[in-house]
Design a binder for this molecule. Sequence first.
Ligand code: NDP
Ligand code: HEM
Length: 498
Amino acid sequence: MEARKAPRLTTADGRPIGDNQNALTAGPRGPLLIQDVQLLEQIQHFNRERIPERVVHAKGSGAYGTFTVTNDVTRYTKAAFLSEVGKQTEVFVRFSTVAGERGAADAERDVRGFAVKFYTEEGNFDLVGNNTPVFFVRDPYKFQMFIHSQKRHPKTNLRDPDMQWDFWSLCPESLHQVTILFSDRGIPASYRHMNGYGSHTYSMYNDRGELFWVKFHFKTQQGIKCLTDEEAARLIGEDRETHQRDLYEAIERGDYPRWTLYIQVMTPEQAENFRWNPFDLTKVWPHAEFPLIEVGVLELNRNPENYFAEVEQAAFKPSAFVPGIGPSPDKMLQARLMSYADAHRYRLGVNYQQLKVNRPRCPVHHYQRDGFMAQIEGSGHPNYFPNSIPGSPQDDPIYKEPAWHLGEVIVDRYDSRKDHDDYTQAGNLYRLFDEGQKDRLARAIAASLGQARLEVQKRQLGHFYRADVDYGRRVARALGFDPAAIEAELGIDASVAG
Ligand code: NDP
Ligand code: HEM
């Protein structure tokens, strides 16, 4: 038999298709038959091909690449992917414009998004930045209103300079960013010819738990190139996808774009004495005072195979940190830590992290379960914590973030069980029961607890004893234990009656 060259066409369920051009009809002129399930699948899948676009940064381009460490920054961070010079990490990057919809022209005057996902061995680290080192507002309360002013007027459905300038003129904290936006760098000639900035202040901590405030800068190795308004207008008239085309074609021809990553570092002491709020997103840290420290090189060298699956479904979030890198008190960043994952769950669904482009390239073990489109995670361990099931995922204190000392306030994970009395009130309640109630309680508990593992029964008995010795004894008897033996085993001092 002749070898097939083209793959066999099938339905999405895998059934080979015999005729992919003609609907199944009762006679050549119709009507259609509902049993033409191939046709139904095509119609119905098509009707569901659109998902909500990103509420901002809807138009974008993406590519895979590598990040290579070129300088030792281990005195600032214990991040494993930055642990040695020469180390490489796979990345996915998405560039975007902010205000336009998914079909917007690329060469518009607008801020550009510069979002980088590092697939590290300790989870994904997303640096979701822009091509500007600052932003229009410093309080997240103003972000949604700011975006409304930049998008379409609700009545005219037009972009409206009056709305834009009305907002800006009432929010002078926007002036720094407005100056950059309307400067010669306001329309990048391509995504390859612009810098990227983390913009916010982030934190880094090393393996001794020392904390530093940092800012991230990606400087283009292609050089900055920009368009004038006239050049942009002409280009848009000819081609609305200039930046997508430029990035895609550069990578296809092997002309891989590169950026050098730098950090600026500020110690907590310097932060206290800095003349501006170091966590104010409308301010830069002057290079002369906080020089750029080289970290590594980002190279983009692989186009996605499927734009929708990989670029449209990419989900970046500023809350994706790895050990050694964390947030700062910046109010805008703090709001973003919540906003993005919420947006992804709306736009892509609750299991967006299981999509291939978003999936960490390291083992993932957690206690979340189910939800739409859950993939088989290959683990039979229970979905609650704490648990005493051998082999269940456990937290490891070496990955705890260092505490922040912000003046009088210490930001830390405080043990909610420490210094709490969990027994007296439960015992008080037990003691006001009459004999009948006590017996029924013990029997009801035993009927359920008796089905648990012996280890669990004994652990729980210890709690009943601590609330009231009689309480413990009664449940022990109802479970069929010899109270004296179990008290000896649990170390209960039976002379201390509750
Ligand atoms: P520096 O002179 O040390 O740094 C100036 C920076 O401005 C350089 O990074 C340069 O980038 C960048 N730059 C040059 N021309 C433009 C432009 N038309 N639009 C935007 N950026 C430009 O001074 P400071 O560190 O004191 O910063 C002064 C101002 O420069 C800031 O208020 C800010 O607006 C801008 N800037 C500062 C950055 C910072 O982190 N300090 C980062 C980016 C901009 P390049 O070397 O690529 O030309
Ligand atoms: C996208 C919220 C500020 C950069 C988004 C999205 C939301 C959002 C909801 C869409 C996410 C999605 O559907 O995938 C916010 C809020 C902000 C804020 C609430 C402030 C309080 C900023 C700042 C920057 C930034 C300051 C840059 C420094 C980006 C980028 C994207 C994005 C690059 C697109 C990411 C991608 O390519 O998928 N933002 N944003 N945002 N935002 Fe923000």
